[in-house]
Design a protein around this ligand. Structure first.
Ligand code: MN
Length: 733
């Protein structure tokens, strides 16, 4: 052995000792035996490997195990799994070998970890999103897989310097995109902060060093201030015989950076607030009482800002976070944030999952973590959510702050900010969501897209005949509601398609065509659709009607004759096909939040076509002009005439609902209103959203707002209404 090798062995042995010394949970002799075996297996398996930095490879799994044992606070099974997490991937050992040596739980975790690291490391967002989804899916088996994966990522971030630059940026961005939010959601605040700061160091090195230097420059002054403040506090608290310790709290570089960006502020404007933590000893029973006692002692001496009181003890965050936050005017008139936490709350805030686990046995407390995992499970189980959407929604739910609302029985429900009655209904039960007809908030009927606020009492009105409709997707914000609505819409679509299929079978017989694959394929391509299901659906709903089928039949017959004449057919250019394909899917442009159909012209400067991302611009002389989002004129239009911009989007008129408005007038007579509403509700695929009638001196005027599937339905309705006796004018606007 060379001196270098001997030194390395000493270092390895030392790190192993540190690992055993600093575990959060106490280890039994059997635990220690398991960990020892894992250590020896890993040393043997990685003995010829080195990391990019030149270090012996084994130092990496030991470091990961240290994070798992100390910072995350997991037990022997996870520590052992962390030690051998790279063994199956990098050496000839198999999962089967691991299972024989360590038993099933360890083997399962290692298997999960190996699967994650085999996922392709692509630069594309969609692929990353897919990876992320798969990763969360493994969580269904055992959440420890994810926790160890996060520890693995943390150590890789700590040692990222040795990697080539191109890889550094990729790994760092992935960390910001996936791992930091995940750590945050699991409640591992410390690890999340470390991941974010390390990632920023590689994604924006200049900004990172700049902020870091400024923090160091102001450090002495800040430490003195905090020392002075806590010294005064200490006297008051000790007098009341409260057992506690204090710690200064410093903002992470990443969070300073984010604040500067969001609020567009300078460093010193963001970094002006001081923060102190009071961590007190307490029995479980006294916890809440003591927190408020400390609160009253602190506010006896320092003036609090009532707007900045946060009581996370009475209603913990869904990550499980509990604490009392107040902001007071400290010495020399500076704002100081004081966080009051018991030791238990502090541990949960620092370690998240593991601490929850530990305290759960003592107290019957169902923390947010379990609820969150259940919620996540429900979403994951609806397999066909698109991965990018999934991650987007997951992240939305992640950062959105929460609101708390009450059921009619007074139960508390937590929902993300911006949630609507529909989100609430689905959070109670998907049965309730599916049948939501209306909602009452604090006793008043509200529209379904009403934004709930904390403290609202929400009551859902259900009806057996109601079904979810597409417009709900425009305003629901929880992934649970979203995926349930999508699933219901698909079921409904399939039912319509089934009817359509039978209808088509009959119609083809009349036209003397066989109902077979060849005919169906010809129809699908004739109407520029993607699948036979699209075809059946459109026939079911009536957007492909008899006339269109007849036209198809005659063209098909003449094409057949042409074949006999042996004329070369000119093939359309591939580009043409593509464009027409898009326009057959997105055939209608709707404007604004209510997705109204309005008159418009397509602007010649960027020539948008159906399917492009577009917006409407209200011009003075020429009505609404539609531009592409990427039009060279877009930026100046947006910045100079923001108030004249209308959101616009292309929709598939056969699938979406859109709003129609009908106004009528005529001579009032008994039963007229009834007749009108009956007529409308007996028409297929129409929903009345608002109805209003006025009568005066024997005449009436009425206004009806509806949701319809297709513009043609609206024309049809206008025709029918005109024939009702007493009505003399019907206008669509
Ligand atoms: Mn690793």
């Amino acid at each position: 052995m060379t001196t270098k090798e001997i030194n390395e062995n000493v270092l390895i042995a030392q790190e192993y000792k540190n690992l055993l010394r600093n575990t959060y949970q106490s280890l039994s002799p059997a635990d220690k035996k398991l960990i020892r075996l894992a250590f020896e297996t890993a040393v043997e398996a990685h003995k010829d490997q080195r990391r990019k930095s030149g270090e012996p490879y084994i130092l990496h799994p030991i470091a990961v195990a240290q994070i798992v044992a100390d910072q995350i606070g997991l037990g022997a099974t996870s520590i052992a799994a962390a030690l051998i997490h790279d063994v199956v991937e990098d050496t000839s050992m198999t999962i089967h070998d691991i299972e024989l040596l360590f038993g099933e739980p360890v083997a399962k975790i290692v298997d999960g970890l190996t699967k994650i690291s085999k996922l392709s490391k692509d630069k594309r967002v969609s692929v990353q999103a897919e990876n992320f989804k798969k990763m969360l899916l493994t969580m269904n088996d055992d959440v420890r897989v994810i926790l160890i994966k996060i520890a693995d990522r943390l150590h890789n971030m700590m040692t990222l310097k040795a990697m080539p630059e191109e890889k550094q940026v990729r790994i760092a961005s992935e960390t910001l995109y996936i791992y930091a939010p995940l750590a945050h959601r699991i409640g591992m605040y410390n690890i999340k902060t470390q991941l974010e700061d390390l990632a920023l160091k590689y994604t924006e090195p200049e900004i990172y060093t700049d902020i870091e230097r400024k923090i160091i420059d102001s450090q002495d002054e800040r430490t003195d201030y905090i020392k002075n403040f806590t010294k005064q506090l200490q006297e008051h608290l000790t007098k009341e015989r409260i057992k506690f310790r204090t710690e200064g709290r410093f903002k992470s570089i990443f969070s300073i950076r984010r604040k500067m960006q969001i609020k567009n502020r300078r460093f010193d404007e963001v970094f002006d607030r001081f923060a102190v933590r009071i961590i007190y000893k307490s029995s479980p029973k006294q916890e809440k009482f003591l927190a408020w006692k400390i609160y009253s002692i602190v506010t006896d001496h320092y003036q609090p800002n009532p707007m900045r009181l946060r009581d996370w003890i009475s209603s913990p965050k869904s990550t499980g976070y509990e604490a009392l936050h107040i902001t007071v005017v400290g010495p020399s008139g500076k704002w100081v944030e004081v966080q009051i936490r018991s030791e238990r709350m502090h541990e949960i805030a620092e370690k998240g999952y593991a601490a929850h686990f530990k305290y759960k046995h003592g107290k019957q407390d169902e923390g947010g973590m379990e609820q969150w995992l259940n919620r996540l499970k429900e979403v994951l189980e609806s397999q066909d959510t698109d991965a990018v959407d999934f991650v987007k929604e997951f992240k939305l739910n992640l950062y959105a702050s929460e609101i708390f609302v009450f059921t009619p029985n007074g139960d508390l429900k937590s929902l993300p900010k911006g949630a609507t009655p529909i989100d609430f209904a689905f959070s109670i039960h998907s049965e309730v969501g599916q049948k939501t007809r209306g909602a009452r908030v604090n006793g008043k009927i509200v529209p379904l897209n009403f934004e709930l606020s904390s403290g609202d009492q929400v009551e859902i009105i259900t009806s057996e005949t109601v079904k979810p409709n597409t417009s709900w997707l425009d305003f629901v914000i929880t992934s649970k509601a979203r995926s349930a609505i999508r699933a219901a819409l698909r079921t409904e679509e399939r039912a319509i398609a089934n009817d359509g299929k039978e209808l088509l079978r009959r119609k083809l017989r009349h036209l003397k065509f066989k109902f077979n694959d060849k005919t169906i394929n010809a129809l699908v391509s004739y109407f520029k659709l993607k699948t036979s299901l699209d075809l059946y659906y459109r026939i079911g709903i009536g957007t492909i009607d008899n006339k269109m089928l007849k036209k198809f039949a005659s063209e098909e017959n003449s094409r057949f004759l042409q074949l006999f004449r042996r004329r070369p057919s000119d093939k359309p250019k591939s580009e043409d096909i593509d464009k027409s394909q898009i326009s057959s899917y997105y055939d209608m442009l709707v404007f604004g939040k209510n997705q109204e159909t309005l008159n418009y012209t397509l602007s010649p400067c960027c020539n948008p076509i159906a399917g492009d991302e577009v917006f409407g611009f209200v011009s003075i002389n020429e009505g609404i002009k539609v531009h592409k989002t990427e039009c060279p004129n877009a930026i100046s239009l947006h910045s100079n005439y923001g108030y004249r911009i209308l959101n616009a989007k292309w929709v598939d008129s056969s699938k979406g609902f859109f709003t129609g408005n009908i106004r009528l007038s005529g001579i009032d007579r008994m039963g007229l209103v009834n007749e009108v509403t009956n007529l409308i509700s007996n028409t297929h695929n129409v929903d009345i959203t608002q109805i209003h009638f006025d009568t005066e001196n024997g005449t009436f005027t009425g206004e009806i707002k509806l949701h319809v599937r297709h513009a043609s339905t609206l024309y049809m309705l206008v025709n029918k209404l005109e024939k009702v006796s007493g009505i003399d004018k019907v206008v669509r606007d």
